[in-house]
Design a protein. Sequence first.
Lengths: 327, 327
Amino acid sequence: MADKVTITDVARAAGVSRQTVSNTLNSPEVVRDETRRHVLEVIARLGYRANQAARQMRTGRSRLIAIRIDPGGDGINGSVLDRFLHGLTESAARAGYRILLYTAHDDRSEIATFEDLIASYEPDAFVLTATHHDDLRTSWLLERRVPFVAFGRPWSDLPRTQHPWVDVDGAAGTAAATRHLLAAGHRRVGFVGWPPGSGVGDDRRAGWERTLAEHGLRPDDLHRAGEDGIATGESAARDLLGAGATALVCASDSLALGALNVAGPGVAVTGFDDTPVAGAIGLTSVHQPLGEAAAACVALLTRALDSAEPPATHMLLQPSLTIRRSA
Amino acid sequence: MADKVTITDVARAAGVSRQTVSNTLNSPEVVRDETRRHVLEVIARLGYRANQAARQMRTGRSRLIAIRIDPGGDGINGSVLDRFLHGLTESAARAGYRILLYTAHDDRSEIATFEDLIASYEPDAFVLTATHHDDLRTSWLLERRVPFVAFGRPWSDLPRTQHPWVDVDGAAGTAAATRHLLAAGHRRVGFVGWPPGSGVGDDRRAGWERTLAEHGLRPDDLHRAGEDGIATGESAARDLLGAGATALVCASDSLALGALNVAGPGVAVTGFDDTPVAGAIGLTSVHQPLGEAAAACVALLTRALDSAEPPATHMLLQPSLTIRRSA
DNA sequence: TTGAAAGCGCTAACAC
DNA sequence: GTGTTAGCGCTTTCAA
């Protein structure tokens, strides 16, 4: 291990006090130009970097952002979170933060981890994923005034659940997919999604339904729902094709994959998330700007951390449609 | 933010000195049974948790393990690392460590990040992934005596590159795939891989070749190589089928996917990594025990961190074959 | 077996 | 504009 260089070493080498070195880094405007330049030069020469633990003890800031990682369902849709995580790590690093990982099985165990983490590592903020109706986590964090941003809208309308969030407009995504299929000449466009009640699922379905209406078409009961997965996609697609659908908008790539399995030639299918599977099999899919979403999360977080009373802001990003052979 | 409970609060509430509380947690055997029980009870009641930054300043241990995260190629094989990361986070947590993330583009920038991280956050160890020939990172860490474990073998034989590592026996994986195809009656089994020179790729090819030999068969030049991806899989498979192959062992699921695209009925194909894509399209694939690999990394690391002179140990795990429709 | 003192590296407050 | 003092919460001596 390289011998560590402390602020005292820098001060001695530069012939100034420790405080002047600290000021050079934290309040440069307070140090005379000449002194500052000299100190910076010594810092560079010695390769000095402030020790985070010591700084944290003094300032109470750890420059750590914590986020949960989980295996993610069938692994198909799971990859979405992984891409987000990569973007988050990069954006956070640029803003001077590092990402700390933890796992949890449900809201309750995640809250237990909050308590543990807050007391021991003292992360400056959390990034919440997979927000849902009646999310226990948001209210817990809100009550304790722990800074956080959610990747996903608050799906409850209670005023006390106001918090910063970033999300991708799912309805706009399925709307784009639906428009694309209509433009290709399809008139009976079905929808394969999840059972009502999940915010994300309802939103995606709404985009399809709204777009049909805009084109003077009615849903005609051309929608089926079930647990996410290939099996559901297959059975739902069989049903809908039997009911006369010639194109299918699906709420996930898993569902779309199932639909494709039973779709004959001429039937168009779109997925959601633009996962590697979609690329591999030529599936047209709604693409989420995950890197941007991650950057937005970091931006919202740093803003909240730097102002005393953080205004609960949010950002709704627009997805795009990656068009491939399937549609 | 909940008011923080310090060791002083616990000491006061328990009517003992701060030191006794510290001993109760760090050297329980030195505290009288009755006192210890009492202190532990107060700790539980107050929800006290030792502050990591303060502990780190005193002990020099951060209980942090750092690992790189990257987007990962075409996203198909990338998911392997994500599953590993999840296992690592869980195993580390069980051992009392947290995972810290960073990104880097190449060996050199990763080393720069080592320097930064070591000076600021002082992670206790690193987990290296994607080790390769002439890995600059391992020698850098070795020279500075920074504890680390590699997920992947050291692909150079230099004695100075001895370090703890965990890997999955790739040759055993392709051997199992080859045996499976031979057992199904195939006699002309080809191999689709990557250009010679990559440790991982050469290893996977060796398993195929060795198994043919064990069955009295010769490779007969039935192998093709190229950059990982669907396109390579397609062209290589076309070639090999033209040369009389009836079954193909592929070095990745991406290659296998390409091979399947051009394989007619009766042609068997196997992939490698058992990615979500494999599950989705019914591809038989070699499955790596990533959760175990992660646990092994943590085990090796904690062993190295707890003994002064860590013996460079390693673990080679056995993969399994997930059999699906494709073979 | 328990307690008191010292100090890890840093920065906020204050004195010069 | 620069230096001194103090203390964040913890654990490692060492003394009682």
